[in-house]
Design a protein around this ligand. Structure first.
Ligand SMILES: [Zn+2]
Length: 283
């Protein structure tokens, strides 16, 4: 096990890599962390570092957060947080991303419900409630640079878009939110990633990596299987990048507009099922 670099010595954009019971996580720190008041800095270290150097016991449990990581910062400096549930030593890993487009927030209650339920037995589950906190604050699709984060990825990125709504940014992975998900997912190496969007009302089969996962998830969510082809070809999407460069399977889930408590429960249950369904690619 490595000893993490002291947080206060990292400058803006600095990246630390730590080992937590076999799981690796990257995180970036803002300059503000270096000038935080002592009490705040101590709390920051406590919150972020304790699970790393002292894995909590018991590690095998179905609920309760095991670790919390700031995986990056938004354009406006808001933390992007990933919370770990389940076994810190599990090789079967799921990542659930509640929201990527700031005007599609229906997956956030699903993410919070998942946090209540915890990971399925013997597995680990990271929950990122919101990948685009700046966009959510303004209830806009894009980040604070007006970049569509689901067009800013590195796979098949192109500089032109059908409309301003889908502005892909000046370069692949130009945005801090995109960099955050790339470094996090590369480090954690999940078997399955679910990314919630709205309001397409279906589970995405476009260039799917695991048809059984798509169909099983759709059936459990009581949603249709649909091919969301980005009105032509999907470029710069998170799922496109993950599915072509990583071993696991990423799936875009387009929730309906209407989100009810009953539906959130059903969708969260389906998400947990997906972690057990996919092959354990990190074994
Ligand atoms: Zn979306």
């Amino acid at each position: 096990m490595t000893t993490p670099t002291p947080l206060r010595r990292l400058s803006r954009g600095g990246v630390g890599v730590v080992l937590a019971g076999g799981l690796i996580a990257s995180f970036a720190l803002p300059a503000s962390a270096a000038v935080a008041a002592p009490a705040a800095a101590a709390q920051f270290i406590l919150t972020n570092m304790m699970p790393v150097s002292n894995p909590p016991t018991p590690v095998e449990r179905s609920a309760g957060v095991v670790a919390k990581r700031t995986i990056g910062y938004s354009v406006q400096g808001r933390r992007i947080v990933a919370r770990l549930y389940g076994s810190a030593t599990a090789t079967r890993i799921g990542v659930m991303i509640g929201s990527m487009h700031g005007n599609e927030l229906g997956g956030i209650p699903v993410a919070k419900r998942l946090e209540k339920l915890g990971a399925p037995s013997g597995s680990a589950m990271w929950v990122i409630r919101n990948l685009n906190p700046d966009g959510a604050r303004k209830y806009q699709r894009q980040n604070a640079h007006k970049v569509d984060l689901n067009r800013n990825g590195t796979y098949l990125w192109q500089g032109t878009a059908l409309s301003r709504e889908y502005y892909p940014g000046p370069a692949p992975a130009s945005e801090p939110e995109t960099k955050a998900y790339i470094s996090f997912l590369e480090a954690v190496k999940p078997d399955v990633v679910l990314i919630y969007h709205q309001h397409g009302n279906g589970v995405d089969s476009y260039r799917q990596k695991n048809a059984g996962l798509t169909q099983g998830l759709a059936a459990r969510m009581k949603l249709a299987v649909k091919s969301f082809d980005c009105l032509g070809e999907c470029r710069g999407t998170l799922a496109g990048w993950f599915n072509t460069s990583q071993a696991g399977a990423a799936l875009t889930v387009e929730l309906p507009a209407k989100v009810t408590t009953k539906r959130v429960k059903r969708w969260a249950s389906a998400a947990r099922w997906s972690i057990g369904y996919v092959p354990d690619v990190n074994r």
